[in-house]
Design a protein around this ligand. Structure first.
Ligand SMILES: Nc1ncnc2c1ncn2[C@@H]1O[C@H](COP(=O)(O)OP(=O)(O)OP(=O)(O)O)[C@@H](O)[C@H]1O
Length: 224
């Protein structure tokens, strides 16, 4: 039997302000390696909250999350930071590119933080990721000078640099036109074919329909 890359069991999450609110209600989820998953549901149903838990950024919850055979629930912040850098690639709004740094520097950054390779090897890997995104010609440009679609591709290259087990993406096509949405979809599809696991929150039905599996949420529960 296949070992899941991510397993979440009975996640419950509460917000206490401005009033008590049970935002995630017994959410359980199993994700296999190489799956490309879209989480959908009406605004406010808890999609981003769930993604924050799964990506280990939010640790204030009940239940258990296991990623790549490591039970991440209960790890301290230092261990989690190390775990995230090694195992999770982020394509999140707040995690966007540093605009004054070049495209290449942005893509190299998570690998420099990880510290496993020397700079020349990191640069080579970053260039390979940029080639995969057909962005190699922009390597020397400041990231802030690129279009939204180009920035999104750079963010994906950066998310891939440490060869993570899972890529988590929050509304990766939210600000993009349909042509750029199609490009981002094709990139995700291709990297999933190569064995990468992708969990994305999206409002885009076409995008979701073409992914491997849709997880539908209603009022903090998975309904399908
Ligand atoms: N830090 C917080 N404190 C209190 N309530 C919060 C907090 N963050 C989110 N919420 C509430 O929890 C609910 C779920 O929010 P969440 O952002 O997960 O929804 P979502 O499904 O991702 O919505 P959208 O599609 O609009 O991004 C909402 O009612 C939101 O107002």
């Amino acid at each position: 039997m296949q070992t899941p890359v991510l397993e979440a069991v009975k996640l419950n999450k509460y917000f206490h302000e401005p009033q008590e609110f049970h935002v995630l209600n017994d959410v359980s989820l199993t994700v296999q390696k190489g799956e490309f998953i879209s989480i959908m549901g009406k605004s406010g149903c808890g999609k981003s909250t769930l993604l924050y838990l799964l990506s280990t950024l939010d640790t204030d919850y009940e239940g258990t999350i296991t990623i790549n055979n490591t039970v991440v629930s209960g790890l301290n912040e230092r261990a989690l930071a190390r775990f995230r850098n090694r195992h999770i690639g982020f394509v999140f709004q707040f995690h966007y590119l540093l605009p004054e740094f070049t495209v290449l520097q942005n893509v190299m950054m998570p690998a420099i933080k990880l510290g496993a390779l020397d700079t020349a090897a990191i640069e080579q890997q970053a260039m390979e990721k940029l080639q995969q995104m057909q962005m190699q010609d922009l390597a020397g440009k400041p990231a802030g000078k690129l279009s939204g679609g180009q920035q999104q591709r750079i963010a994906i290259a950066r998310a891939l640099i440490n060869k993570p087990d899972i890529i988590m993406a929050d509304e990766p096509t939210g600000n993009l036109d349909s042509a750029n949405t199609a490009i981002i979809f094709d990139i995700f599809h291709e990297i999933a074919q190569q064995g990468n696991t992708i969990i994305t929150v999206t409002h885009d039905e076409d995008f979701a329909r073409r992914s491997d599996r849709i997880i539908q949420m209603v009022d903090g529960k998975i309904t399908g």
